[in-house]
Ligand binder design. Structure first.
Ligand code: 13P
Length: 330
C-alpha cells in the first residue's frame, strides 16, 4: 500500500475508534453516576465530550448554585480547582471530586493569602471584593466574592465607596468604569488565556465579518471590551446571542470550549472564536485536563477528593454566601 493510501485511510478509522470509545465511556460514566448517586457538573470551557456527559453545564455562578441546590451527596466537578473548592466550601457535608488534580488556574494563583494580607494593610479602610477565581485562603480574607455574572451587582450592593478588587485587573477595570463615584483599587492579576487577546485581533476579525456581533468575556483587556457589543459571563454569552435574533455571525472573545454550547443551542448561527496569536483560538490548558477517562476513574476510585480546612472554609463560605444573595447582572 502506498503512503498516500495509508494516509487517506487512517483518519476515518481513528475517528471511528474514538467515537466508539467515547460511547462506551459515556455509558460507563452514566451507570457509575447512577449507582453512586453522583452529580456531574461541567464548566462551559470543558472538552465537548465532557460537557455532553454532564448533568449540568454552566458558568462559575451557575455551577456553584447547582452544587448547592442538587440533593446528590457526591459531586464530580469537571472544571478547575477553585471551582471544585468553592463547591466544597458551600457543601461541607458533600463529597466533591475533581477528576484531574492538575487542573489549576493561573489567575487564582496570581494572588496568595500573604500578598492579600499585605495589600489590606496598605488599604485598611477598603472592603475586599474577590473574584471567585481565587483560593479558599484568599476568599477567607475577603469580604465578599463575585463572578463575571454578578460583579456589577455585587459592587452596586455595597454601600462602601472604597473597594479593593482582587485578583483580575481586566474585570476590575471594566466594573470600576461603571462606578465612577467609587474608589476601586485593582490588583494586578489576569487570566493569561484572555489577556493574550488584543483589540487589533478583534478588529481584524471584524473586518472579515463586518456584520458580526462581538461578545466578550470581561477577563479580556480593555481594548477588546471597547469593541464588544456584549460583555458577559460564559453563560451570559448564550443569553447575549438570544438578544440578537437578526445576527447570523458572532465573534466570541473567550475560551473556545464555550462554542460547543453555542452551536448546540443555535445550530444555524456562525461562531468565530477570537484569535489571540496568529491562528490560535483562545485555549485554557487547565480546563481541558478532565476527560472521559478521568471522570470514569473519579467515580470508580473516589479521586481526587477536595478538602478544605474547616476554619478557612467557614470564613470563605461567608464571602460566597454574601455573593449568592446578590442577583445576576442580567
Ligand atoms: P465564567 O464564570 O464566566 O464561566 O468564567 C469562568 C472563568 O474562569 C473564565 O476564565
Amino acid at each position: 500500500m502506498s503512503l498516500a493510501t495509508a494516509v487517506r485511510i487512517a483518519p476515518p478509522a481513528y475517528a471511528q475508534v474514538d467515537e466508539e470509545r467515547h460511547a462506551v465511556l459515556r455509558r460507563q460514566i452514566h451507570r457509575l453516576a447512577r449507582r453512586r448517586k453522583a452529580l456531574i457538573l461541567a464548566h462551559n470551557y470543558q472538552l465537548p465530550e465532557v460537557q455532553d456527559v454532564a448533568h449540568f453545564v454552566g458558568d462559575s455562578l451557575g455551577l456553584a448554585l447547582e452544587a448547592q441546590q442538587d440533593p446528590r451527596q457526591t459531586i464530580v466537578f469537571c472544571g478547575v480547582h477553585f471551582m471544585a473548592e468553592s463547591a466544597k466550601i458551600l457543601n461541607q457535608e458533600k463529597r466533591v471530586l475533581l477528576p484531574s488534580l492538575a487542573a489549576g488556574c493561573s489567575l487564582s494563583d496570581s494572588i496568595t493569602a500573604e500578598s492579600l494580607e499585605e495589600w489590606k494593610c496598605r488599604y485598611p479602610d477598603h472592603v475586599v471584593v474577590t473574584y471567585i477565581n481565587s483560593s479558599a485562603e484568599v476568599k477567607a480574607l475577603s469580604d465578599i466574592c463575585c463572578t463575571s455574572a454578578n460583579a456589577v451587582s455585587v459592587i452596586r450592593s455595597l454601600p462602601d465607596k472604597k473597594i479593593l478588587f482582587t485578583p483580575d485587573r481586566n474585570l476590575g477595570r471594566w466594573v470600576a468604569r461603571q462606578f465612577p463615584e467609587k474608589e476601586i483599587v485593582i490588583y494586578d492579576g489576569c487570566c493569561p488565556t484572555h489577556d493574550v487577546l488584543r483589540g487589533a485581533d478583534v478588529a481584524s476579525g471584524r473586518r472579515g465579518h463586518p456584520e458580526a456581533v462581538v461578545v466578550a468575556h470581561p477577563e479580556c483587556r480593555e481594548d477588546v471590551l471597547e469593541l464588544a457589543d456584549e460583555v458577559c459571563s460564559t453563560t451570559g454569552m448564550v443569553a447575549a446571542v438570544e438578544r440578537h435574533p437578526e445576527a447570523k455571525t458572532f465573534i466570541i472573545a473567550t475560551e473556545w470550549g464555550l462554542v460547543h454550547q453555542l452551536k448546540k443551542r443555535f445550530p444555524d448561527k456562525e461562531f468565530i472564536v477570537a484569535d489571540g496569536c496568529i491562528g490560535c483560538r483562545l485555549h485554557c490548558p487547565y480546563m481541558k485536563m478532565n476527560d472521559l477517562d478521568s471522570i470514569a476513574r473519579s467515580l470508580q476510585e473516589d479521586v481526587f477528593e477536595i478538602q478544605v480546612d474547616p476554619d478557612i472554609a467557614s470564613r470563605a463560605r461567608l464571602t460566597l454566601e454574601r455573593m449568592m444573595a446578590v442577583p445576576r447582572d442580567r
